[in-house]
Ligand binder design. Structure first.
Ligand code: SAH
Length: 213
């Protein structure tokens, strides 16, 4: 598959749709315009890749809806060179958005099949996260902490304490919290001990699964 002017046109249209739905950050909209989402999906979804919808990516998982990706990225407020941890690599689309904002990205995926496939895809496409880790994102990534930003792209039944503790002071955690439905939640670390919490409406994600062993 290739990236063509036709795809670019569809991306511009998608960015307009997201703007109409309330995404205001121009750097986030530019990332949506730049990243060839159709290449992150199975070729059978090519014609639908620029609809504002989630799609299956195998292993019972989905690529998040573009609006959700844009909304979470906007909340995260990424600046160039920020150290960002992503939990749930999945298709790698959210990773590519973060890389487009010039973040240093560390991404964790617990499904081995997706981890392997997306790692290979990044190499093929020339996307360069700092690290792609096969493991349980519930624990964060202690050896690389602290982070300026942490973004969780699966629904967490509760906020993992490890993630809060791996934020820099001034850092932000964006995480959908809930079981059936998730409330989009933003934590900002104000000091060693204080966190500010704000919520931003409900979303639906595949579950963040904890490895109990
Ligand atoms: N960011 C992805 C979204 C994929 S869906 C994208 O843009 O395509 C959420 C992903 O989180 C799935 O791939 C799922 O396997 C993964 N996941 C679920 N629980 C996890 C955990 N504890 N640690 C790391 N990844 C997890």
């Amino acid at each position: 598959m290739q990236d063509t002017f036709k795809h670019k046109g569809m991306r511009n249209k998608l960015a307009k749709t997201l703007k109409a739905k309330g995404i205001t950050d121009p750097i986030v909209l530019n990332a949506i315009k730049a990243i060839p989402r159709h290449l992150f999906l199975d070729s059978s979804f090519e014609d639908h890749a620029y609809q504002d919808k989630a799609f299956p990516i195998g292993a019972n998982q989905t690529i998040s809806q573009p609006y959700t990706v844009a909304f979470q990225t906007q909340l995260l407020g990424v600046k160039p060179d920020d150290k960002v941890l992503e939990i749930g690599t999945g298709s790698g689309y959210q990773t590519a958005v973060l890389l487009h904002l010039k973040a240093k990205v560390f991404t964790v995926e617990r499904q081995h099949e997706l981890f392997k496939r997306t790692k290979l895809f990044f190499t093929k496409m020339g996307y360069r996260p700092k690290k792609i880790v096969f493991g349980d994102g519930y624990k964060g990534l202690k050896e690389e902490a602290p982070f300026d930003g942490i973004i969780v792209t699966a629904g967490a039944p509760e906020t993992p304490k490890a993630l809060l503790s791996q934020l820099k002071v001034g850092g932000r955690l964006v995480i959908p919290v809930g079981v059936e439905e998730q409330e989009m939640t933003l934590y900002s670390r104000k000091s060693e001990k204080e966190f500010e919490k704000k919520t931003f409406g409900s979303f639906r994600f595949v579950p963040l699964l904890e490895d109990k062993n």
